[in-house]
Write a protein that binds this ligand. Structure first.
Ligand SMILES: N[C@@H](CCC(=O)N[C@@H](CS)C(=O)NCC(=O)O)C(=O)O
Length: 204
């Protein structure tokens, strides 16, 4: 059995590295930079035809899309994965919610307030995202009023996926949603999360 994870920790590969640690999976880490020529070269494009990171090769089987990779790894390991079909439904629901409703807002907000050089920032893009994001965060906060984790009473891959999408959540500010803020802190207090964060900070 061999698992190869492609992509530096300071990228969406962080999500997969966190999941692999949570699942106690041994892996080889190939630190391709998302701006590097290797991610646009044929050998890597055969693994991820989008030419971006992360991707994995699991016993030679290629897979891309960070959140899908995490669903696959958890399902295959049989850990961080609910037993009941409804729990699985919640895992899919929250993962897709993170990827389609939160990431497309938080990403541009972060880019246009912090990441891009000031001359390239578009304040109107950040403002639009900041206007819409609170409704999504309130939905998550409401869910956490019912159960302590997103798919029930145990931490699952849904929590990991959404928390990783919300990596920049504290920079946006989560104090208006105390349950979400506390859940985020609980997710990032996990030893596997701490190790993955340390890795992304050590090797930018
Ligand atoms: N939806 C993809 C997005 C992957 C993505 O955009 N990765 C960035 C790094 S975080 C990248 O490789 N960008 C370089 C490029 O697109 O050329 C996923 O979640 O895996």
């Amino acid at each position: 059995m061999s698992l190869v994870i492609y992509g530096i920790a300071a990228s969406r590969a962080f999500r997969v590295l966190w999941a692999a640690r949570e699942l106690d999976l041994p892996y080889e880490h190939v630190r391709h930079h998302y701006k590097g020529p290797e991610v646009k070269a044929a050998p890597y494009l055969a693994i991820n035809p989008m030419g971006c990171v992360p991707a994995i090769a699991d016993d030679g089987l290629p897979l891309f899309e960070s959140l899908a990779i995490n669903l696959y790894l958890a399902r295959k390991a049989g850990r961080l994965w609910p037993n009941a079909p409804y729990g699985e439904g919640l895992v899919y629901q929250w993962t897709l919610f993170g990827g389609t409703e939160v990431e497309p807002l938080l990403g541009p907000w972060f880019y246009h307030t912090t990441f891009l050089p000031p001359a390239e920032r578009k304040p109107e893009v950040a403002a639009d995202a900041a206007a819409t994001l609170p409704q999504r965060l309130a939905v998550l906060d409401g869910a956490l009023a019912r159960t302590s984790w997103l798919a029930g009473d145990e931490f699952t891959i849904a929590d990991l996926n959404v928390a990783s999408v919300l990596f920049r959540g504290p920079a946006f500010g989560l104090d208006r949603w105390p349950r979400l803020r506390d859940w985020h802190a609980r997710c990032y207090a996990r030893p596997a999360a701490k190790a993955a964060v340390a890795e992304r900070e050590a090797r930018p």
